[in-house]
Design a protein around this ligand. Sequence first.
Ligand SMILES: [Zn+2]
Length: 189
Amino acid sequence: MAPLSRPFIPLPVLLLVRLLAGVGVAALLLAGAAAAAPVPATPAPPPGWVWPLEPRPAVVRAFDPPEKPWLSGHRGVDLGAGRGSPVLAPADGTVVFAGWVVDRPVLTIDHGSGLRSSFEPVATALAVGTAVVRGQPVGTLEAPGAGHCSPAECLHWGVRRGDDYVDPLQFVEDRRPSVLLPWDPGPSG
Ligand SMILES: [Zn+2]
């Protein structure tokens, strides 16, 4: 009876396995380097957003997210403004959508970090892919036929974090308690 022999593995496969093992080691090394980098404990709200209208607009309808995604609600805030008002980018970003949705012109800006602002009804001359900076005029408020705030006029501003709608006002209003706390230098070791 022949002794158990090593299973036959073609040389190219062996080389591939060795190559993959090498990549795995490299990935582990990279992961270790990333883990060593300082990481913020909690994601702070992006600092320095500005209102998309000037002067600071009145909030005529607040954020009112539906309890279930399929229910109706208000997935943004309505800011009082008249037709033709310049709309400003609340933060740096890139235009990712500019066009008509059903019966109204919509402008969407990707701010990075998974955050996207959408404005409507807003007409813009900016093309998709255009980089914008905070405070830059990006379009003008239109007056749709059957207005969102009819008979008044308003700018609807929605912000999504990933797929979830969040309250846009959290980015422009300081909601921390207005109490002066003693400065805590943290553990000194
Ligand atoms: Zn609205």
